[in-house]
Every structure is written in C-alpha cells, then in structure tokens.
Design a protein around this ligand. Structure first.
Ligand SMILES: Nc1ncnc2c1ncn2[C@@H]1O[C@H](COP(=O)(O)OP(=O)(O)OP(=O)(O)O)[C@@H](O)[C@H]1O
Length: 334
C-alpha cells in the first residue's frame, strides 16, 4: 500500500519570485523560506509528530499536507497522488472526508451544545440530522463527555472544550487526523490525560495522525516517529529512541538534552545478548519475560522485583537477550 502522505523535496517561501530556484529563494531578501527541501513519508496507522520550536515551519508543513498552502517547489502526495492534480472539489472532499483537523484553540459555537458542536463537521458534509447526532454522541462518549452532551461551551472547562474538538474530528471517522498543537493550550495534567486518550483511541482504531508539537516530551510520549524541524529544515525523522541514540547532527542531540533516557530507551536497545540463565527455558513459569519494545521506565520496577535477570523477547517471541537491574543502571548512566 502507498504511504498515505508523502512529501518530496518540498519548499515553501512566502514572497519571492514564483518559479525561483531553491538557491534564489534562499538568497532573495523579499522571500521568507518557511520550509526547505523537506522529504518525508507518513506511514498508515502511525502517530507522526512534527516537532520544532516556534517558527520552524511545522504549521506551514501541515497546511501543505491538506492543500491549504501550495508548495513553492516539490510535491505533496496523498495516497500516491500528487496534491496539485486535485481539483477544487477533490480538495474539499479530501479535507471533509479523509483528513480531519484538530486545532489548539478549537472554535466552538457558543450558542450550540457540545453535541451540536461535535456534529458540526458532519452537518457541513451533509450527513442527515439523526445520523450525525448519533455519531457525535458516540464520539463524545468516547472522549468522556457522555454526560455533558447538552452543555454549552461556556459551561465546559478548557480541557472539556478540547475534547469536544477531538470528538468533532472523531465523529468524521476519517482515516487521517491532522492535529496542530491540539493539546498545547491545556494545563499539564489535562494535557497528559488527552495524550493518554489519544493513545487509547489509537490502540482501538489505528488512524494515521500527523501531530504538530513544540514539546519534545509530548512528541516522545505519543509519537511512533518524530520529524524534528529547525528553521524550516528537517533535521532528522525517526523513532525517539533512534533520534536519542544516533542523532544525525548536534542540533538533534541538543533537543534531547535533559530528556529522561528511561522514557526513550527500550529493553531491546540495552539487552545483553545472552540468555537470562544457562539452561534457559522459555516455558519456565518462574521466569519473567518482557517485550523488547518496553520502555525502561515501565520495565524498571519489574526488573528490580524479579529474582535474577529477565528475558527480553522480540515481536515473534524469539529471545533477544536478558536484562538485569545493573544493565538498566549502566544504560541510564551513560
Ligand atoms: N503567511 C505567511 N507570510 C509570511 N511568512 C509566514 C507566513 N506563514 C508563516 N510564515 C513564516 O514562516 C516561518 C514558519 O512559520 P510556521 O507558522 O510554519 O512555523 P511553526 O513552526 O508552526 O511556528 P509556531 O509553533 O509558532 O506556530 C516563520 O518564520 C513565519 O514567520
């Protein structure tokens, strides 16, 4: 299957001569180059976080993916088809049916209830009244607002309003969600709740999610992969663990300074390549067996409580190696 979203050498300059080459854009004093030569692929079913500081080009990138901004150079492909080949109607249909947006400050209609707000996108898409209310109600229940369907926005907290925004996108059931700093305005505890909710939703129903964030902790927590942006350039795009262990340039390592390695490293990355015991028997009921994908912060209490090294196995349950409390301590003190 084609990647749902692919960018090939994409540039976006605000101002500057149309048709200018990359070198001309970079040299031109009246061109503001927001995105420079970005190539990436978003895979079906992943949470793909675009992370960077303010002004690094994240929102411009997202708006090129849904066709709101046209690249100065390069190609954006959606499901294998270049976006510039979509006519207006197709672009509208893409935004309505295939890609839902969730913004930071989600504009809710003050005079409408949570239910009517969540149903709004479906209303615009022409879904019949009863059907759209049923779908909106289901989505609100899923985000924990089943008891607040008839409240108006001013009767909801900021976190609840953001849940209505998420429910509006979920009610669509579109395969791709574009989330622009969707949780950034929330206070830290509610923000962590929303991140958990998103991960739960993702376990139930794998959508392709492009999530913009300027917060590395958030990116590490929710991202299957992270695209790190700086000054319009893509520094590196990979799992948090690879960015942390093998930064492509010093700027990447700089981003990860101060990040807790236990929240980034997995058991698979640190396991000793030897079995936990000499006569290792995978069926031994007394042996602790953990997945290689488990993060150290989750594994630590289990490894510490086990009597002896624990076995680490891969996806197909084959033995990768073993980990003891000492292995973890060594990895964390590096
Ligand atoms: N319409 C525009 N006209 C001129 N310059 C723009 C426009 N939109 C964005 N820019 C510039 O492009 C650069 C990238 O902006 P963009 O909004 O994509 O960054 P961002 O990473 O999303 O930042 P933030 O996190 O602050 O939203 C910035 O220097 C910005 O000033």
């Amino acid at each position: 299957m084609n990647e749902p979203i692919r960018l090939r050498q994409v540039w976006k300059s605000f101002g500057g001569r149309p048709g200018a080459s990359p070198a001309e854009l970079l040299q031109s004093s009246d061109a503001r180059v927001a995105v420079q030569d970005v190539s990436l692929e978003v895979r079906a079913g992943e949470i793909f976080v675009v992370m960077g500081l303010s002004g690094s080009g994240k929102s411009t990138l997202l708006r090129m993916i849904n066709g709101l901004i046209i690249p100065s150079l390069g190609i954006v492909e959606i499901e294998g088809r270049p976006l510039h080949q979509f006519n207006r109607g197709e672009l509208r249909a893409l935004r309505r049916r295939s890609m839902s947006m969730v913004f930071q400050s989600f504009a809710l209609f003050p005079q409408r209830s949570a239910l009517e707000n969540a149903a709004f996108g479906l209303e615009v898409a022409g879904v019949p009244h009863r059907q759209r209310l049923a779908r909106a109600q289901q989505a609100l229940e899923r985000v924990g607002l089943g008891g607040d369907l008839h409240r108006k926005p001013d009767q909801l907290s900021g976190g609840m309003r953001q849940r209505v925004g998420l429910a509006r996108a979920l009610a669509f059931d579109s395969p791709v969600l574009l989330m622009d700093e969707a949780f950034s305005a929330l206070d830290p505890l509610i923000r962590a709740d929303m991140q958990d909710l998103l991960l739960d939703l993702q376990r139930e129903h794998r959508r392709t999610i492009v999530f913009i964030s300027h917060d590395l902790d958030e990116a590490v927590r929710i991202g299957d992969r992270i695209a790190l942006m700086q000054d319009g350039r893509l520094l590196q795009c990979d799992t948090a663990e690879t960015l942390f262990r093998a930064p492509a340039e010093p700027a990447v390592a700089e981003f990860f300074r101060g990040v807790d390695p236990a929240g980034v490293l997995t058991l698979g990355a640190i396991a000793e390549p030897s079995p936990p015991t000499d006569g290792w028997d995978p069926k031994d009921p007394d042996l602790t067996v953990l997945s290689s994908a488990m993060l150290l912060k989750e594994a630590m209490p289990i490894v510490t409580a086990a009597n002896g090294p624990v076995a680490v196995v891969g996806n197909d349950h084959h033995l990768i190696g073993s980990v003891s409390p000492n292995t973890i301590l060594r990895a964390l003190s590096r």
